[in-house]
Write a protein that binds this ligand. Structure first.
Ligand code: UDP
Ligand code: MG
Length: 324
């Protein structure tokens, strides 16, 4: 049941903006976000997380922070990747709710108003769902479409289809996510996993305002693989069934051939044996490699988790509560 727990007075919303070399986009993002909040009653802070930029993005943020107290920054010590940059923002932000938004203006800041009104209705997690994607390659769109649908089939948690990282999280949800120590953070999955009152708002995903994507197809495939191994045991079950099927089939075929060749007809053709044997070797060794690859994915995760490394390191910040 939802409760009207979001009394707007003195409430603060943190806008979490991870960025990697987005110098042309940050000023416009700042303008559009501040404009949105002019017509809202909530206070806001803009938390910029520099994920190892090498352009002038950070200089712009540091300058802005001097004149505008609502501008906060976290400079990570190097590039830790989008998901961990978001994690840093979620750990250190001070709002009663946080909204994660990309720096390249693909997520229109104007949607924030809709998300906040859902929050005020009592929802704890508001996923922004893309009704349309502009300016992305046909292949990426197709793969994304297929991926989100497969994911929702093979995972135990109900995941929102076509939602990226653009979402609002109430403090309750933020605290829950912050309490999770796992290294491979597929934030979209985790945000669904925590439960609470969840809802969606629709938006049209714009083309990038300036600059180039930092998620080329190969990195997106990496994210997809990470998502599957984080949230689904289906690939493991798949090899279990596949292995079982293969064993049973080879026993059945073996028995069939034995009977056929010894009791029903005369000896098989001369070269049949070597041909079948070669094919079988190729087939089985390929299959073994494939299965080991799947196991390897999980093993890598165990390996990464037992190291218990911090998820990110902060070089400097003007937010309190940071360890450095
Ligand atoms: N980003 C980041 N660290 C990275 C890669 C990307 O902080 O290692 C930021 C990037 O600046 C942007 C957001 O994450 O604000 C989404 O990245 P991008 O727009 O390149 O991905 P796409 O929208 O093309 O999937
Ligand atoms: Mg983008």
């Amino acid at each position: 049941m939802r409760s009207m727990n979001k009394d707007a007075e003195n409430k603060r919303v943190s806008i979490i903006v991870p960025f990697l070399n987005e110098q042309e986009n940050l000023p416009l993002l700042y303008d559009r976000c501040t404009k949105v909040f002019q017509s809202l009653e909530e206070d806001f802070e803009l938390v910029f997380i520099d994920d190892g930029s090498t352009d002038k993005s950070l200089d712009w943020v540091l300058d802005k922070a001097e004149t505008d107290p609502s501008v906060k920054y976290i400079q990570l010590s190097r590039n830790f990747g989008h998901q961990r940059a978001i994690t840093a923002g979620m750990n250190l932000c001070t709002g009663d709710a946080a909204i994660i938004i990309d720096a390249d203006l693909q997520d229109p800041p104007e949607t924030i108003a809709d998300m906040i009104s859902k929050w005020k209705e009592g929802y704890d997690v508001v996923h922004a769902v893309r009704s349309e994607r502009k300016g992305e390659s046909g292949l990426k769109k197709l793969l994304a479409h297929v991926f989100y649908r497969i994911m929702s089939k093979i995972t135990e948690v109900q995941m929102t289809v076509d939602a990226g990282d653009f979402r609002l999280l109430d403090r309750k949800a933020l605290n829950a996510l912050n309490s999770m120590p796992e290294q491979h953070r597929y934030m979209r999955g985790l945000a669904s996993w925590i439960g609470f009152n969840q809802t969606t708002v629709e938006y049209v995903r714009d083309a990038r305002h300036a600059g180039v994507t930092k998620y080329p197809l190969i990195k997106s495939i990496g994210l997809a693989l990470n998502a599957i191994t984080s949230f689904s045991g289906t690939p493991l079950r798949f090899i279990f069934y596949l292995g079982g099927l293969l064993c049973s089939l080879s026993v059945v075929i073996g028995i069939y051939l034995f009977i056929a060749w010894n009791f029903i007809q005369a000896a098989p053709p001369q070269h049949a044996g070597t041909t079948y044997l070669t094919l079988a070797i190729f087939f089985v060794s390929g299959l073994q490699m494939f299965c080991m690859g799947i196991l390897g994915q999980y093993l890598r995760r165990v390996f990464d988790e037992i190291k218990e490394r911090p998820l990110y390191l902060v070089r400097q910040t003007n937010l309190e509560g940071a360890s450095s």
